[in-house]
Design a binder for this molecule. Structure first.
Ligand code: ZN
Length: 216
């Protein structure tokens, strides 16, 4: 079970590399030769070759999270990860919540491509400023940019957080703990990281939200 999230990330990156890291979800689906149809609901028929994506008219033809989510379902089916999940849970129905969670995680990878991450890290290191750089490059939210940077490689040791006022509003971990919990009240989070944590911080415009990133 533990290796499956990392395997899915590796497969996502492999598929994205195959289409030149196209960041526009609609164009990416086209490049992957997925059939796109307008329908009453949003879903994919992954068992067809090529797969067919049905989209409500207001999601068809442009770059949005609904297409990213349906694209993630197709890529999860293409990887061996979905069949492993179904075997592990005993049925597709039992595995469905986990399948949905995997596809939700994939949104950050489909919106923020590997060249964007590589460029941000080259310029700013694994840091809070790299998160801000990823937001500018991709148009993604701060939550998603933080998640993408921290979860980039399953073998790396990285962690990050976002505050809202004096509370921890989001955490993301990859083989590295943080000195507080999600939703905890932490008025001075910057004081809790020793030098060897390689911690960096950046305050968002408005002054209420602090991004923190550390690595080991
Ligand atoms: Zn879904």
């Amino acid at each position: 079970m533990d290796h499956l999230p990392g395997e899915f990330i590796a497969h996502l990156k492999y598929v994205q590399a195959h289409i030149g890291h196209e960041a526009n979800a609609y164009r990416a689906a086209r490049l992957l030769e997925i059939q796109m149809r307008v329908g009453a609901e949003n879903y994919v028929l992954t068992e067809l070759d090529p797969p067919v994506m049905h989209l409500q008219p207001w999601y068809y033809g442009w770059n949005n999270d609904v297409i990213r989510h349906e694209l993630a379902h197709i890529i999860l089916t293409w990887s061996n990860v979905e069949s492993h999940l179904i075997a592990e849970y005993g049925s597709r129905e039992a595995a469905q919540p986990v399948i949905e969670a995997f596809c939700h995680q994939a949104l950050a990878f489909l919106q923020i491509t590997q060249p964007m991450v590589d460029q941000a890290v080259k310029k700013h290191g694994v840091s809070a400023r790299a998160v801000r750089h990823l937001m500018r490059l991709s148009g993604a939210s701060v939550e998603r940019a933080l998640h993408r940077l921290i979860q980039d490689e399953p073998d790396y040791a990285r962690a990050g957080f976002l505050t809202s006022g004096t509370h921890i509003a989001q955490v993301s971990h990859c083989n590295l703990p943080l000195p507080f919990w999600l939703f905890e009240r932490v008025p001075e989070p910057t004081l809790l990281f020793p030098r060897e944590a390689n911690a960096t911080f950046s305050t968002m415009p408005g002054g209420l939200r602090l991004i923190g990133v550390c690595w080991g």
